[in-house]
Design a binder for this molecule. Sequence first.
Ligand code: GDP
Length: 143
Amino acid sequence: MSKKTLAIIKPDAVKKNYTGQIITNISEAGFKIKAMKMVKLTTNSAEGFYEVHRERGFFRDLIEYMTSGPCIPIALEKENAVDEFRKLIGATDPAKAEKGTIRKLFAVNIQENAIHGSDSDDNAEKEISHFFSRNELLENYNG
Ligand code: GDP
């Protein structure tokens, strides 16, 4: 089981100034921040990141939303990181998310759902390298 996952604090949450509270939540749940930056995604980059959803009806809306303002990708580490982080953020639709989860606390709706979490170890690896260079990661993962 890999210890890595990728989180993104999404544009709706950044816009509403929830960044601090969300990072506190993540830290208190025992995740270590290994790399973090604020970026405004280009259409190209957002489409690459969400390539698996290209055929879905909501794809264009999703890309528009993810490029609507800055977001904050964060490379995280914890034992069993992918599953543990998915538990912490809750269901995709905040209406269905459990009480106390990040999406329940901060999301607006099924699209503007405040935070991303990788859904498998393979995707975590790919998603971390979507945002962070080898050097950026090496420095911090070895620390
Ligand atoms: P996740 O793994 O929980 O983020 O969910 P998915 O991989 O299924 O979807 C990726 C992202 O697309 C979600 O986090 C939402 O931002 C968005 N999304 C998912 N389902 C829907 C939907 O039915 N409608 C819209 N508008 N957006 C959606």
